[in-house]
Design a protein around this ligand. Structure first.
Ligand code: ADP
Length: 463
């Protein structure tokens, strides 16, 4: 089976978030399942490929590779892509994003002909490539080269839809059913209407985005589809996130021998200038300091939380109002709370290894990576009951012996405080806590499993 990935992010070449991780890792895992994959990506200025690995296909296209064998075709177009940012810069989104990604969609489809890659599946990701399934069903419908191709659209975050004022429609060379939604151009809406299959990054998020609360206006369109939306959990890069071989941490450890975790905890407490006490439970938060990640809830709950016998460390950058709030609070509670307000890969690794618990009370979470990483490090997640968090963290029930984390049964400050109180209680029961860590280590978030699910989806799409 031949599959083409059309994406605006592919790690390690170009990445702003989870989309880049998925499009960098999934093709490699699909290759292991016997799928032939090529990737097409815009050639942004920020992509610095090793010159030795580059091949010039023609004056508009350069080819490089990820992994050993996956070809990545980079579409050059100075006017649109000779910029450092992918979607925008410090001033906000680029004003010509409609033209940029419309251009990319057409050029990427045309490129398949140039390289004679007659794909069975066209796999698109999020709004910037959501016009491709539309083009396939309209402009390219009668071209025999594209006739048998089926399209899959994966939604990584439904709150970004590619919405533009309707007067920009003149810049597109086609207007199709579904492109206009609520009197504005909406790329994702059009893609959902025209794709053969639609998927998203966790089974729970697949359900949620078909409801008003989380669908961001597209719930009705998703529900009306003949083929239901499929949720496939993202995998985890287990070479980067591995407590046995992590080069950023003080002492490596594994599920058989967790003593290294205590060494990492002590080192982390020292770095954060908190009392180095093994008997105080240490809670960490890693992530963007924005509403999505639960900062509004944390703001409401933190005064109460700080009355518990615990320590807290925040690692993150984000909205100024949250950064100020957290640093003020840390200043008022120097024995209990610390903040690292930067993006720091090394510290992230040290926190996954050194904390006892990881807080992730997200308001919504398509899949979420942090909770998967933390389980892999034997660090117990405390999460909201939303999106991928539900699919990855199994709640510890009152009778110990099952579950690998704490899942808030409701989304409010009181519930978060209650779950943290429970966590502190379990931490004190040394045997129960040891068993809980052992269960955390049992998870399997391999990309292999996700790739098998995608192959199943492709087969379904072709039949
Ligand atoms: P997002 O919605 O931001 O994509 P995910 O949970 O999918 O959230 O992934 C977040 C990733 O970014 C994780 O690997 C996490 O460790 C990392 N990360 C987030 N904030 C920071 C930070 N301040 N420093 C280092 N790593 C961070």
């Amino acid at each position: 089976m031949k599959v083409t990935f059309f994406s605006t992010e592919v790690a390690p070449l170009a990445k702003t978030g989870g989309l880049g991780d998925v499009c960098g890792a999934l093709p490699l895992a699909l290759e292991k399942q016997g799928i032939e994959v090529v990737i097409i990506l815009p050639h942004y200025l920020c992509i610095r490929v090793n010159q030795a690995s580059i091949r010039q296909v023609n004056e508009h296209v350069t080819q490089t590779r990820i992994g050993k064998n996956i070809k990545v075709y980079l579409i050059n177009h100075a006017e649109y892509f000779d910029r450092e940012g992918i979607y925008g810069d410090k001033k906000g989104d680029y004003k010509d994003n409609l033209e940029r990604f419309h251009f990319f969609s057409q050029a990427a489809l045309e490129l398949l002909k140039t390289i004679s890659f007659q794909a069975d599946i066209i796999h698109c990701h999020d709004w910037p490539t959501a016009l491709i399934p539309v083009l396939l069903k309209t402009k390219y419908k009668t071209d025999p080269f594209y006739q048998n191709m089926k399209s899959v659209l994966t939604i990584h975050n439904i709150s970004y839809q590619g919405i533009f004022p309707k007067n920009e429609a003149a810049k597109l060379d086609f207007i199709e059913d579904g492109l206009m939604f609520n009197n504005r151009i909406n790329f994702l809406h059009a893609g959902i209407m025209h794709s053969d299959c639609v998927s998203t990054v966790s089974p729970q998020y697949a359900k949620e985005i078909q409801e008003k609360e989380f669908g961001c206006g597209l719930e009705g369109t998703l529900r009306k589809r003949k083929n239901p939306v499929i949720g496939i959990l993202n995998g985890l890069d287990e070479t980067t996130w591995n407590s046995e071989s992590d080069r950023f941490i003080e002492k490596t450890y594994n599920k058989e021998n967790c003593t290294g975790k205590q060494v990492n905890k002590k080192k982390l407490q020292e770095t954060a200038q908190l009392p180095a006490d093994a008997d105080i439970p240490l809670f960490g938060f890693i992530g963007r300091l924005v509403e999505q990640k639960g900062l509004v809830l944390l703001k409401e709950a933190l005064a109460e939380i700080l009355k518990l016998d615990l320590q807290l460390i925040f690692l993150g950058v984000g909205e100024e109002r949250f950064e100020h709030f957290l640093s003020d609070l840390a200043r008022q509670h120097p024995q209990k709370m610390a903040t690292f307000l930067d993006f720091n890969e090394t510290k992230a690794h040290q926190m996954y290894a050194g904390c006892d618990f990881l807080l992730m009370p997200s308001a919504y979470e398509p899949c979420g990576l942090n909770q998967m990483i933390s389980l892999h490090y034997g660090t117990i997640p405390i999460v909201s009951d939303r999106g991928g968090l539900v699919d990855t963290v199994k709640p510890l029930e009152s009778a110990a012996g099952n579950g690998n984390g704490f899942v808030m049964p409701a989304y409010d400050a009181k519930t978060l405080i209650r779950e943290m109180e429970r966590a502190v209680e379990v931490f004190k029961r040394k045997d129960d806590f040891r068993d809980l860590i052992a269960r955390a280590f049992q998870v399997d978030f391999s990309w292999e499993k996700s790739a098998q699910d995608y192959v199943r989806l492709y087969r379904q799409c072709l039949s």
